[in-house]
Design a protein around this ligand. Structure first.
Ligand code: ADP
Length: 398
């Protein structure tokens, strides 16, 4: 006959359990009732359990924390604190325990209360049969094993996310230092090659002039790249001053910055009236300016850019959109363009660093928002971003 192993008497310490043998904590002030449970489970073929017993709620709490049983059989009527109170405390201890509540007689109200308070099962002692008890115990053990597995996975996931955040932070710090330190030598290359072109250009033949022109333009390109890389890595490394600012004034500043490009391309830019925003005005301007600049740059040939800046109040956030009639983006690339250095054009074709939209995304996210694009290839694109209004409350509270 199969037998229950490692029987322990009232408030017993844990005897050495055999690995893989489930550990059951039986909590009952009546030794005969505890004995009955052990006997019933001992009758089940191919099932071996290890038992620990407790005769009061307090002893049960201590034992549960000490031995972390796979399942607890908990009597409803205990001396001192009731079984329900002990059940709640066991659940709060977050030990991923599965608990079966037992009562002497059937009582529906107690059953409902027990299940609501976190019990996995409810059994009436007077009606209990070995199979019934065994099935309830198996189900409870599986439940607690699953709970523990999920918790382990979550802990592992949190650890991985933390490692990823740390390695990203380190990488961005490296990019920040590298790009910061590269600025000076690049400035030397570009300014001295410009001086050579100006003061000694007449001494060079056509090939020499061509080579020097390549040095100047490559230097400028390198400078743009380093400036954008610095801006990108700076986003995570510097504190963000939040203040109230006028959307209208920010847009006027942007249009002034882009005046040359707008005139050169004959762009027509319209906009909805913009409200007062809360956020970092410099970063907001960079975000919107990048989008407007792209809307002008990525234009279909021979079509003057028509751009509209829209705004919608969506309760907890502002929704801003920049719509163009440009070349649009193929569906396959729509997700990719927000990644750093992802460009769909060669530099010779349309100049850029591939960091503009990655910077935009960081700015939107640091303002509690998000950014996305809706586009039809050959017809145009609408870039959308949101700004959380909750920043308002944080700023006001500060
Ligand atoms: P950059 O403009 O410096 O290349 P961005 O990160 O701003 O870098 O843009 C990434 C890519 O997304 C661009 O190279 C371009 O191919 C595409 N793109 C951005 N804005 C638009 C737009 N308004 N219309 C079509 N394509 C766009």
């Amino acid at each position: 006959m199969p037998e229950a192993s490692g029987k322990n008497r009232g408030d017993s310490p844990r005897a050495c359990p055999v690995p893989d043998e489930p550990l059951l904590l039986i909590v009952d002030d009546n030794p005969d009732d505890r004995e009955q449970c052990i006997r019933m489970l001992g009758k089940i073929a191919n099932a071996k359990y290890h038992f620990v017993e407790a005769s009061s709620g307090l002893a049960a709490l201590e034992k549960a924390a000490e031995v972390k049983p796979d399942c607890i059989l908990l009597d409803y009527s205990l001396p001192g604190e009731s079984g329900l109170e002990i059940l709640k405390k066991l659940c709060e201890a977050n030990l991923f325990l599965s608990i079966i509540m037992m009562t002497g007689q059937g009582n529906e109200a107690v059953a409902v209360q027990a299940m609501k308070s976190g019990a996995q099962h409810y059994l009436i002692k007077s009606e209990m049969k070995p199979d019934m008890l065994h099935n309830a115990v198996r189900a409870a053990i599986e439940h607690s094993a699953l709970g523990r597995k999920i918790s382990e996975q979550e802990t592992l996931q949190q650890k991985l996310v933390q490692q990823l955040i740390e390695s990203n932070t380190q990488l961005e710090r490296f990019a920040y230092i590298a790009s910061h330190d590269m600025q000076e030598p690049i400035r030397m290359v570009t300014s001295f090659s410009e001086i050579i072109a100006k003061d000694y250009g007449h001494l060079l033949d056509d090939t020499g002039k061509e080579y020097l022109g390549l040095i100047v333009s490559s230097g400028q390109r390198m400078r743009d790249l380093v400036e954008d890389l610095l801006a990108y890595s700076r986003m995570g490394n510097e504190g963000m001053g939040i203040t109230s600012f006028s959307g209208e004034s920010a847009l006027a500043g942007i249009l002034e910055n882009l005046k040359g490009l707008i005139e050169q391309q004959g762009a027509c830019i319209t906009h909805d009236p913009l409200p007062q925003f809360y956020g970092n005005p410099v970063q907001f301007m960079r975000l919107l300016q990048n989008l407007i600049c792209n809307a002008i740059k990525y234009q279909s040939k021979d079509t003057p850019p028509e751009i509209h800046i829209g705004i919608e109040d969506e309760g907890s956030e502002w929704h801003i959109s920049v719509k163009d009639n440009g070349m649009g983006i193929k569906e396959d690339f729509i997700e990719q363009i927000f990644q750093p250095f992802r460009r769909l054009h060669t530099w010779d074709n349309i100049q850029g660093t591939g960091l503009g939209l990655a910077i935009c995304r960081k700015i939107a996210e640091s303002h509690g928002g998000r950014i996305w694009v809706v586009s039809t290839h050959g017809e145009g694109s609408t870039f959308h971003f949101t700004l959380s209004k909750r920043l308002t409350q944080t700023a006001e509270a500060a």
